[in-house]
Design a binder for this molecule. Structure first.
Ligand code: SF4
Length: 234
Protein backbone atom coordinates (compact mmCIF):
# COMPACT_ATOMS: atom_id res chain seq x y z
CA UNK A 1 0.00 0.00 0.00
CA UNK A 2 1.35 3.45 -0.92
CA UNK A 3 1.72 5.84 1.96
CA UNK A 4 0.97 9.54 2.15
CA UNK A 5 4.72 10.01 2.46
CA UNK A 6 5.19 8.36 -0.97
CA UNK A 7 2.62 10.66 -2.57
CA UNK A 8 3.76 13.98 -1.08
CA UNK A 9 6.07 14.98 -3.96
CA UNK A 10 3.28 14.37 -6.49
CA UNK A 11 0.77 16.33 -4.42
CA UNK A 12 3.13 19.28 -4.03
CA UNK A 13 4.06 19.28 -7.71
CA UNK A 14 0.36 19.52 -8.61
CA UNK A 15 0.20 23.05 -7.19
CA UNK A 16 -0.11 25.73 -9.88
CA UNK A 17 3.17 27.59 -10.18
CA UNK A 18 2.51 30.47 -12.57
CA UNK A 19 -0.71 32.01 -11.31
CA UNK A 20 -1.17 32.94 -7.67
CA UNK A 21 -4.07 31.03 -6.15
CA UNK A 22 -6.21 31.82 -3.14
CA UNK A 23 -3.79 30.01 -0.82
CA UNK A 24 -0.43 31.31 -2.03
CA UNK A 25 -1.54 34.88 -2.65
CA UNK A 26 -1.83 36.05 0.95
CA UNK A 27 1.71 35.09 1.82
CA UNK A 28 2.98 37.31 -0.99
CA UNK A 29 0.36 40.00 -0.70
CA UNK A 30 1.80 41.80 2.26
CA UNK A 31 5.01 41.54 4.22
CA UNK A 32 3.29 43.20 7.18
CA UNK A 33 1.75 40.48 9.39
CA UNK A 34 -1.60 42.26 9.73
CA UNK A 35 -1.93 42.84 5.99
CA UNK A 36 -1.08 39.20 5.36
CA UNK A 37 -3.61 38.05 7.96
CA UNK A 38 -6.34 40.19 6.42
CA UNK A 39 -5.47 38.83 2.98
CA UNK A 40 -5.78 35.24 4.24
CA UNK A 41 -9.21 35.90 5.69
CA UNK A 42 -10.39 37.61 2.52
CA UNK A 43 -9.06 34.76 0.36
CA UNK A 44 -11.42 32.41 2.16
CA UNK A 45 -14.36 34.37 0.77
CA UNK A 46 -13.39 36.09 -2.49
CA UNK A 47 -11.05 35.50 -5.42
CA UNK A 48 -7.39 36.61 -5.69
CA UNK A 49 -8.14 39.80 -7.66
CA UNK A 50 -10.68 40.97 -5.08
CA UNK A 51 -8.26 40.20 -2.25
CA UNK A 52 -5.63 42.45 -3.83
CA UNK A 53 -8.18 45.21 -4.50
CA UNK A 54 -9.55 45.18 -0.95
CA UNK A 55 -6.13 45.07 0.71
CA UNK A 56 -4.90 47.91 -1.51
CA UNK A 57 -8.02 49.94 -0.75
CA UNK A 58 -7.62 49.47 3.00
CA UNK A 59 -3.93 50.33 2.83
CA UNK A 60 -4.47 53.47 0.77
CA UNK A 61 -7.09 54.65 3.27
CA UNK A 62 -4.77 53.99 6.23
CA UNK A 63 -6.97 51.16 7.47
CA UNK A 64 -4.51 48.30 7.09
CA UNK A 65 -3.67 48.72 10.74
CA UNK A 66 -5.40 46.86 13.60
CA UNK A 67 -6.24 49.96 15.64
CA UNK A 68 -7.46 51.99 12.69
CA UNK A 69 -9.54 49.18 11.22
CA UNK A 70 -11.00 48.38 14.62
CA UNK A 71 -12.18 51.97 15.02
CA UNK A 72 -13.33 52.46 11.43
CA UNK A 73 -17.08 52.83 10.95
CA UNK A 74 -18.90 51.14 8.08
CA UNK A 75 -19.11 54.27 5.86
CA UNK A 76 -15.35 54.82 6.17
CA UNK A 77 -14.66 51.26 5.01
CA UNK A 78 -17.19 51.55 2.21
CA UNK A 79 -15.55 54.79 1.04
CA UNK A 80 -12.13 53.13 1.10
CA UNK A 81 -13.34 50.33 -1.15
CA UNK A 82 -15.71 52.27 -3.37
CA UNK A 83 -15.08 51.50 -7.02
CA UNK A 84 -12.43 48.90 -6.25
CA UNK A 85 -14.54 45.79 -5.81
CA UNK A 86 -17.76 44.99 -7.59
CA UNK A 87 -20.74 44.14 -5.37
CA UNK A 88 -18.72 44.43 -2.17
CA UNK A 89 -20.47 43.45 1.05
CA UNK A 90 -19.35 44.71 4.44
CA UNK A 91 -19.78 41.16 5.67
CA UNK A 92 -16.68 40.23 3.66
CA UNK A 93 -14.57 42.45 5.89
CA UNK A 94 -16.28 41.25 9.09
CA UNK A 95 -13.72 38.61 10.14
CA UNK A 96 -10.84 41.05 9.43
CA UNK A 97 -12.54 43.66 11.59
CA UNK A 98 -12.94 41.14 14.42
CA UNK A 99 -9.29 40.23 14.04
CA UNK A 100 -8.33 43.91 14.22
CA UNK A 101 -10.34 44.30 17.43
CA UNK A 102 -8.65 41.27 19.00
CA UNK A 103 -5.14 42.54 18.13
CA UNK A 104 -5.99 46.06 19.32
CA UNK A 105 -7.36 44.75 22.59
CA UNK A 106 -4.91 41.97 23.44
CA UNK A 107 -1.68 42.94 21.68
CA UNK A 108 -1.74 46.76 21.88
CA UNK A 109 -2.51 46.89 18.17
CA UNK A 110 0.79 45.16 17.31
CA UNK A 111 0.35 42.27 14.88
CA UNK A 112 4.11 41.67 14.91
CA UNK A 113 3.72 40.41 18.49
CA UNK A 114 2.20 37.27 16.97
CA UNK A 115 5.35 36.31 15.08
CA UNK A 116 7.52 36.37 18.19
CA UNK A 117 9.10 32.94 18.58
CA UNK A 118 8.41 32.85 22.32
CA UNK A 119 4.67 32.89 21.68
CA UNK A 120 3.14 29.43 21.47
CA UNK A 121 1.48 28.43 18.18
CA UNK A 122 -1.15 26.45 20.08
CA UNK A 123 -2.06 29.46 22.24
CA UNK A 124 -2.39 31.75 19.23
CA UNK A 125 -4.45 29.10 17.40
CA UNK A 126 -6.85 28.80 20.32
CA UNK A 127 -7.31 32.57 20.54
CA UNK A 128 -7.74 33.02 16.78
CA UNK A 129 -10.20 30.14 16.46
CA UNK A 130 -12.41 31.75 19.12
CA UNK A 131 -12.78 34.98 17.10
CA UNK A 132 -16.18 35.32 15.41
CA UNK A 133 -15.96 34.52 11.72
CA UNK A 134 -12.52 32.85 11.88
CA UNK A 135 -12.86 29.39 13.48
CA UNK A 136 -10.33 26.52 13.46
CA UNK A 137 -9.66 26.44 9.70
CA UNK A 138 -9.36 30.23 9.48
CA UNK A 139 -6.97 30.19 12.43
CA UNK A 140 -4.81 27.54 10.77
CA UNK A 141 -4.83 29.41 7.45
CA UNK A 142 -3.55 32.54 9.22
CA UNK A 143 -0.95 30.59 11.19
CA UNK A 144 0.62 28.91 8.18
CA UNK A 145 0.26 31.56 5.46
CA UNK A 146 0.67 34.80 7.42
CA UNK A 147 2.60 33.91 10.56
CA UNK A 148 4.69 31.12 8.99
CA UNK A 149 3.93 28.66 11.73
CA UNK A 150 3.28 24.89 11.33
CA UNK A 151 -0.43 24.47 10.58
CA UNK A 152 -2.81 23.26 7.87
CA UNK A 153 -6.28 24.61 7.18
CA UNK A 154 -8.14 21.38 6.55
CA UNK A 155 -10.79 21.62 3.85
CA UNK A 156 -13.17 19.12 2.29
CA UNK A 157 -10.94 18.52 -0.73
CA UNK A 158 -7.97 17.51 1.41
CA UNK A 159 -10.21 15.31 3.52
CA UNK A 160 -11.63 13.54 0.44
CA UNK A 161 -8.19 12.79 -0.98
CA UNK A 162 -6.86 11.42 2.31
CA UNK A 163 -9.90 9.21 2.91
CA UNK A 164 -10.19 7.93 -0.67
CA UNK A 165 -6.59 6.73 -0.52
CA UNK A 166 -6.96 5.04 2.85
CA UNK A 167 -4.58 7.49 4.54
CA UNK A 168 -7.23 8.71 6.94
CA UNK A 169 -10.04 7.10 8.85
CA UNK A 170 -13.43 8.73 8.36
CA UNK A 171 -13.75 8.96 12.16
CA UNK A 172 -10.80 11.40 12.35
CA UNK A 173 -11.65 14.86 13.64
CA UNK A 174 -10.35 18.19 12.33
CA UNK A 175 -7.34 18.30 14.68
CA UNK A 176 -6.24 14.78 13.78
CA UNK A 177 -6.25 15.59 10.06
CA UNK A 178 -4.32 18.80 10.61
CA UNK A 179 -1.75 17.10 12.86
CA UNK A 180 -1.28 14.28 10.33
CA UNK A 181 -0.44 16.76 7.56
CA UNK A 182 1.77 18.93 9.75
CA UNK A 183 3.64 15.81 10.82
CA UNK A 184 4.15 14.59 7.25
CA UNK A 185 5.43 18.01 6.15
CA UNK A 186 7.92 17.98 9.03
CA UNK A 187 6.27 21.12 10.41
CA UNK A 188 7.75 23.22 7.60
CA UNK A 189 5.32 26.12 6.85
CA UNK A 190 6.53 26.52 3.25
CA UNK A 191 6.00 22.81 2.55
CA UNK A 192 2.59 22.99 4.19
CA UNK A 193 1.51 25.92 1.99
CA UNK A 194 2.69 23.97 -1.10
CA UNK A 195 0.94 20.85 0.11
CA UNK A 196 -2.34 22.75 0.58
CA UNK A 197 -2.06 24.31 -2.87
CA UNK A 198 -1.42 20.87 -4.41
CA UNK A 199 -4.35 19.31 -2.57
CA UNK A 200 -6.59 22.17 -3.66
CA UNK A 201 -5.60 21.76 -7.31
CA UNK A 202 -6.11 17.97 -7.24
CA UNK A 203 -9.44 18.21 -5.43
CA UNK A 204 -10.74 20.88 -7.79
CA UNK A 205 -9.64 19.16 -10.96
CA UNK A 206 -9.95 15.46 -10.21
CA UNK A 207 -11.08 14.51 -6.73
CA UNK A 208 -14.52 16.07 -6.78
CA UNK A 209 -17.19 15.40 -4.22
CA UNK A 210 -19.65 14.05 -6.78
CA UNK A 211 -17.29 11.53 -8.45
CA UNK A 212 -13.48 11.19 -8.53
CA UNK A 213 -11.84 11.29 -11.98
CA UNK A 214 -9.08 8.82 -11.11
CA UNK A 215 -8.23 7.84 -14.69
CA UNK A 216 -6.65 11.23 -15.40
CA UNK A 217 -5.39 11.99 -11.86
CA UNK A 218 -1.66 12.02 -10.98
CA UNK A 219 -2.48 10.28 -7.69
CA UNK A 220 -3.95 7.22 -9.40
CA UNK A 221 -0.78 5.10 -8.82
CA UNK A 222 -1.27 5.65 -5.07
CA UNK A 223 -4.80 4.19 -4.91
CA UNK A 224 -5.57 1.02 -2.99
CA UNK A 225 -6.16 -2.11 -5.09
CA UNK A 226 -9.91 -1.79 -4.65
CA UNK A 227 -9.96 1.82 -5.84
CA UNK A 228 -11.08 4.90 -3.91
CA UNK A 229 -12.48 4.38 -0.42
CA UNK A 230 -16.04 5.64 0.12
CA UNK A 231 -16.00 9.07 1.77
CA UNK A 232 -19.64 9.11 2.87
CA UNK A 233 -21.94 12.12 3.03
CA UNK A 234 -20.36 15.52 2.27
S1 SF4 B 1 -9.37 11.48 -8.19
FE1 SF4 B 1 -8.96 9.38 -7.59
S2 SF4 B 1 -6.73 9.16 -7.79
FE2 SF4 B 1 -7.19 11.37 -7.75
S3 SF4 B 1 -7.02 11.99 -5.63
FE3 SF4 B 1 -9.16 11.44 -5.95
S4 SF4 B 1 -9.33 9.29 -5.39
FE4 SF4 B 1 -7.17 9.77 -5.70
Amino acid sequence: MSTLEDALPVIRSSAPSAEPDSRSLPARQDADPFGAMVAVLLARQVGPAAVVAIVDGLRDAGLLDPVHLDLAAAPEIQDALAGRVRSFSLRTIGPAKQLAHWIAEHYNGRADELVRSDRSTDDIRTELAAIRGIGPAGADAILVSSLHRPAYAVDRGTYRILVRHGWLDTAADYEEVRDLLVHHAGGDPALLVGLAAGMDALATRYCRASAPRCDACPLRPFLLDGGPVEVGEE
